[in-house]
Design a binder for this molecule. Structure first.
Ligand SMILES: C[S@@+](CC[C@H](N)C(=O)[O-])C[C@H]1O[C@@H](n2cnc3c(N)ncnc32)[C@H](O)[C@@H]1O
Length: 267
């Protein structure tokens, strides 16, 4: 997905320090979010397309969601095709969609920090649902049904924040953090496999964009059993600034070795 805001949660204005919340508060937030989506699902679609125009970045989100949902539909069609053939199936790897669902769901944590985002998401969902209905004669009904409910759209949006990578201006093989150059961020993209990497302020893997692909290479000898980590943020900053940035932009308290050591020294 491409958009100019940079990594979700990074360039947006995030709350500086999400306050700890109780389980009851979490439940309330979840219920409110669910209720808003349910209302959107049951709202009448007539004339919404005409009255609703999306901003450029909302349109980008709509394009991203459509391509993810179409991919999901195609994968499920393929699986269905394989099941109807009576040939013994080799154990299957997870599909891209199933892999996406294994990523951390950040819907509630993100919406707690940016409540207005829910309006945007629902606007985009309503727009897509309405557009699909308007074009129903040209769209397979099984695909159209994927846009009826909000479930799949929520599945993607909930994993977008915190799991996407910044895409920087082409400078061949540039790592996308700790950059000394002035190259511009073009947008962001989701690389599901790459999202399994946790962050470390002393990473042992460097990510490099090569065209549309993202390459991950170790930067030092790795001992057996050692975790492979990339860096989500510039690691040159001092410990308190790094942890603050990770908490406000990625909503987690960094537990990497360097942060644990530095915290003990009050750095
Ligand atoms: C892109 S995901 C990484 C994969 C994730 N661990 C998972 O199982 O889906 C980012 C999330 O991993 C966790 N995480 C990554 N690096 C971390 C770190 N250094 N300290 C604590 N949590 C971390 C946080 O929950 C963060 O929101």
């Amino acid at each position: 997905m491409l958009g100019k805001q940079g990594k979700r949660g990074q360039a947006e204005e995030a709350i500086p320090n999400p306050t700890p919340v109780t389980n009851n508060e979490v439940d309330d937030v979840d219920k409110t979010i669910d209720a808003r989506w349910k209302t959107a699902e049951s709202s009448l679609m007539k004339n919404i397309l005409r009255s609703q125009s999306l901003s450029e970045s909302e349109l980008e989100t709509a394009r991203f969601l459509s391509s993810a949902i179409i991919r999901c539909w195609r994968e499920e069609l393929d699986t269905l095709g394989e099941k109807t053939q009576n040939t013994p199936q080799a154990p299957k790897l997870l599909s891209k969609w199933e892999n996406l669902l294994t990523l951390q769901n950040n819907e509630a944590v993100h919406l707690r920090a940016h409540p207005d985002t829910l309006d945007t998401w629902i606007r985009v969902y309503t727009f897509l649902r309405c557009a699909v209905q308007a074009a129903s004669s040209a769209i397979p009904s099984t695909l159209a049904s994927y846009f009826e409910g909000s479930e799949r759209i929520r599945d993607v949006l909930a994993r977008d924040h915190g799991n996407v990578f910044g895409i920087w201006e082409e400078g061949e093989a540039m790592p996308d953090h700790n950059r000394d150059d002035e190259s511009e961020m073009l947008g962001f993209a989701m690389y599901i496999d790459g999202s399994y990497f946790n962050h470390s302020c002393d990473p042992n893997v460097r990510k490099t964009r090569r065209g549309r692909a993202m390459e991950f290479r170790t930067t030092r000898e790795i001992v057996a059993g050692e975790e492979l980590n990339i860096n989500y943020i510039d690691t040159k900053a001092d410990g308190k600034s790094r942890r603050k940035e990770l908490l406000s932009g990625w909503y987690f308290d960094c537990k990497c070795r360097r942060c644990i050591d530095e915290q003990a020294l009050d750095i």
